[in-house]
Design a protein around this ligand. Structure first.
Ligand SMILES: CC(=O)SCCNC(=O)CCNC(=O)[C@H](O)C(C)(C)COP(=O)(O)OP(=O)(O)OC[C@H]1O[C@@H](n2cnc3c(N)ncnc32)[C@H](O)[C@@H]1OP(=O)(O)O
Ligand SMILES: O=C([O-])CC(=O)C(=O)O
Length: 456
């Protein structure tokens, strides 16, 4: 073997030494959190978050108080006060797509009437054109294997194309938000096409969006080489976009929008930070992990109908002996919900229909079994306070897989939808001229004296 490069040497020897120092001086005894009454993850053990703000955009409901006792209840989600089930039933029963209507509702506070909706859809359609040379200079250059990083990088670059980028007046932020809502599907899909071309050697496909198509239809049109899709496929993707659009101010990526916006920074900086948050596997990134976990379960569990075999394999995942060895069963559990996540409940009904359509009923059955068994295994091996159930990410990846969407686009699809919630929250933060967010950390460091370098 040749001489080791400086980097290799650093990695193998110095890095291990420095990393053990960093780990040692970063460790905090978990008992101190209860001793100093610090809420880990800014939540109490019942999942109740530290109240950090007020909002009128989304409401996440998971428990009631009965005689001073917290009682978990089936989860409920409201967008601008409207129950998510009512919203979904509304546009589906009228045989319409719902994402544009939901976007209008979340940003402007009321359901659009027919004219407002037509005009708004036309406005989004007219914004669905990236600035000249953006695809060539930003998206095609340095394609990355992770489309969340491609999105974040592209959104940060958008700053250079916006002559009024730093203006944080509401009018300008509304304009930037609508442009980002229109651009996100293009950047994500084209970013994927560039990756697929440069990394996988497949033909480069760039279909221009069509102004008359909905967001969901445009995604399928731009993604598929032949641009073909069925009504059921577009309806399912539209539903997924509606269900992911908003989740209150406290979820990790939206809270990031609030924190970063409160410093007074520009829209592109705030949204790229939220994208970084959403990518994480405990948040939006879980949807890819769920599908990878199911690939692993299908490979290792022989009888998909055998509850005991499934239980035993999930135990192995929980005890870090199988799958990615993080000890997490992805798609299960939630910071707030306990009995159920209403979005997973809605999804499940439609997923069953699509699975039947695609001849994947056995796989749907396996998902249902894991949904039922995983909470028992987690309850058995972890300290449970509020209970766990399937979250929105549990079925979303399965839907995307059935739609033939590549896994690289699963979390970006979450972002294509959640940009709406982030935008509404950024505007709410600006309108209310909030103070800069600045919580406290209690220092528990022992005092030490400065020692001159020769005497250490
Ligand atoms: C859109 C979204 O962001 S939805 C969430 C998507 N994320 C996932 O699906 C990843 C898997 N799930 C998880 O990691 C967690 O359930 C989270 C991050 C979502 C919530 O975590 P918490 O707020 O800690 O949940 P909760 O308080 O109910 O957990 C109680 C215990 O069960 C554990 N637990 C909860 N869910 C899981 C899970 N899916 N797998 C393994 N252990 C779990 C927690 O780690 C905790 O144990 P600990 O105290 O020893 O750390
Ligand atoms: O609320 C949360 O913590 C995570 C979540 O489900 C979301 O952001 O949709």
């Amino acid at each position: 073997m040749g001489k080791k490069s400086f980097l290799e040497q650093f990695e193998s020897e110095k890095l291990m030494e420095l990393s053990s120092l960093a780990e040692k001086c970063s460790y905090i005894n978990p008992e101190f959190y209860s001793k100093y009454e610090v809420k880990r993850g800014l939540r109490d053990i019942n999942g109740r978050g530290v109240v950090a703000g007020l909002t009128e955009i989304g409401e996440v409901h998971s428990y009631i108080i009965d005689e001073n006792e917290t009682v978990p209840v089936p989860g409920r989600l409201r967008y601008r006060g409207i129950e998510i089930d009512d919203l979904v039933n509304g546009f589906i029963s009228e045989d319409r797509y719902g994402f544009e209507e939901t976007t209008y509702l979340l940003l402007f506070g009321h359901l659009p009437d027919k004219n407002e909706l037509i005009n708004f859809e036309a406005l989004l359609g007219s914004f669905r054109t990236l600035p000249n040379s953006f695809v060539r200079d930003i998206i095609m250059k340095a394609p990355s294997k992770n489309m969340m990083n491609t999105l974040a990088r592209s959104i940060l670059s958008m700053y250079s194309y916006d002559p009024n980028a730093d203006d944080t007046t509401v009018a300008n932020v509304v304009r930037q938000s609508l442009q980002m809502i229109a651009y996100f599907p293009l950047i994500a899909v084209y970013g994927y096409q560039a990756y697929d071309h440069y990394y996988n050697n497949n033909s480069l496909i760039i279909h221009s969006p069509k102004p008359e198509l909905s967001t969901a239809e445009n995604i399928l049109h731009m993604l598929r080489p032949d641009s073909q899709f069925t009504k059921l496929e577009a309806t399912l993707l539209d539903l997924a976009l509606v269900l992911h659009a908003e989740h209150g101010g406290g979820n990790n990526s939206t809270f990031t929008t609030h924190v970063v916006t409160s410093s007074g920074t520009d829209t592109y900086s705030a949204i790229s930070a939220s994208l970084g948050s959403l990518k994480g596997f405990r948040h939006g990134g879980a949807n890819i992990k769920v599908v990878q976990m199911f690939d692993d379960i299908r490979e290792h569990v022989e009888d998909w109908k055998d509850d005991e075999e499934i239980f035993a394999y999930l135990e192995k995942i929980l005890t870090k002996q199988a799958f990615d060895r993080t000890g997490l069963v992805y798609g299960i559990g939630h910071a707030v919900y306990s009995v159920s996540d209403p979005r997973a409940v809605i999804f499940k009904k439609y997923v069953q229909e699509l699975a039947k359509d695609k001849g994947l009923e056995d796989e749907f059955l396996l998902y249902s079994k894991v949904e039922e068994i995983a909470p028992q295994v987690i309850g058995h091996l972890r300290k449970m306070y509020k209970g766990v159930s399937a979250n929105v990410d549990f079925y979303s990846g399965f839907v995307y897989r059935m739609l033939g969407i590549p896994k690289e686009l699963y979390t970006p699809l979450f972002a294509i939808s959640r940009i709406v919630g982030w935008s509404a929250h950024r505007i709410e933060e600006i309108v209310n001229n909030g103070k800069i967010m600045r919580p406290a950390y209690k220092s528990i460091a022992k005092k030490q004296k400065y020692v001159e370098v020769d005497k250490r």
